[in-house]
Ligand binder design. Structure first.
Ligand SMILES: O=C(O)c1cc(=O)[nH]c(=O)n1[C@@H]1O[C@H](COP(=O)(O)O)[C@@H](O)[C@H]1O
Length: 276
């Protein structure tokens, strides 16, 4: 059996190759969209996510729970259970806690503890808007990952990220800053949306081999071929996230929701691999 390593980056490298996959399965369990039996049972969110995890783990390079789907419903204990379930059963797959945190250092220390101690995540998404001292507390956790928003997948990302600053767009400054100043321990990644393949190319050029978290395929319509071509590296280079398209895949005749999720995850993984 392959040995399990403990840093975010080494886990990710192993997951890319062991599962031959760049697919990150997003866990965004919108209660209203869950099959009816999970909407009403007390541990329904956990049970739904566990079924999705078991159905897709061999096809994924990581799982990304989005914290708002839990905290909005006071369901953080179920998120703790999901993270524990992932650590116990799929310890080789990194857990990316999507929380998009950003605050002054003292508060960021608490957010880092929340991500890495409470949930035992391998990496957390953070917002760079408040600058280095707001990100530094995450970097103190040397074996954990810090995934910084750079060129987000939403249209409104352009409001700020495309502003020209000293001759180039702000998102390129973020990429440069993270790659050349903040990443001294090699634990950083960047978020770049699959809806903007040209920007993925620009970011890849600036950051070398740094892993990218790339949401925006599936429900947001990002182009898989263009995304992979723009961001791939020799050993992987990207976690390409899909959430709703997998979680709430339309069932074919005779399929249950988990089988449908697996089918879509497999199609997505295979389509990504076509272009690697
Ligand atoms: O950081 C993220 O994960 C993220 C960044 C971004 O630029 N765009 C984006 O969609 N996301 C997240 O990625 C997931 C996308 O979900 P789907 O559109 O359903 O695949 C959601 O959890 C978003 O919060």
């Amino acid at each position: 059996m392959t040995s399990v390593t403990t840093t975010y980056i080494s886990k990710l490298n192993q997951a890319w190759s062991n599962n031959n996959s760049l697919l990150c399965v997003g866990l965004d369990p919108d209660l209203a969209k869950l099959p009816a039996q999970f909407q009403t049972s007390p541990n329904g969110i956990f049970d739904f996510c566990r079924a999705i995890i078991d159905a897709t783990a061999d096809l994924a390079c990581s799982f990304k729970p989005q914290i708002a789907y839990f905290s909005a419903l006071r369901a953080e204990p179920q998120l703790e259970q999901i993270c524990a379930y992932l650590r116990d059963n799929y310890p080789h797959l990194p857990i990316i806690l999507d929380a998009k945190r950003g605050d002054i250092g003292a508060t960021a220390e608490q957010y880092a503890r929340e991500a890495f101690e409470r949930y035992g995540a391998d990496a957390v998404t953070v917002n760079p808007y408040m600058g280095f001292d707001s990100v530094a507390p995450y970097l103190e956790w040397k074996d954990k990952g810090c995934i910084v928003l750079c060129r987000t997948s939403n249209a409104g990302g352009s409001d700020l990220q495309f502003l020209q600053v000293n001759g180039r767009p702000l998102y390129q400054h973020v990429a440069d800053l993270v790659a050349n100043k903040w990443n001294s321990n090699g634990q950083c990644s960047l978020v770049v949306g699959a809806t903007f393949p040209e920007e993925i190319k620009q970011v890849r050029h600036i950051v070398g081999q740094m892993p990218l978290l790339v949401p925006g395929i599936g429900a947001q319509g990002g182009d898989i071929a263009a995304t992979v071509a723009a961001g791939k590296t020799a050993n992987g280079g990207m976690m390409i996230n899909s959430s709703r398209a997998i979680l709430f895949a339309k069932t074919a005749e005779g399929e249950d929701f988990a089988q449908a999720a697996r089918r879509v995850a497999q199609q997505t993984r295979d389509e990504i691999n076509l272009y690697r």
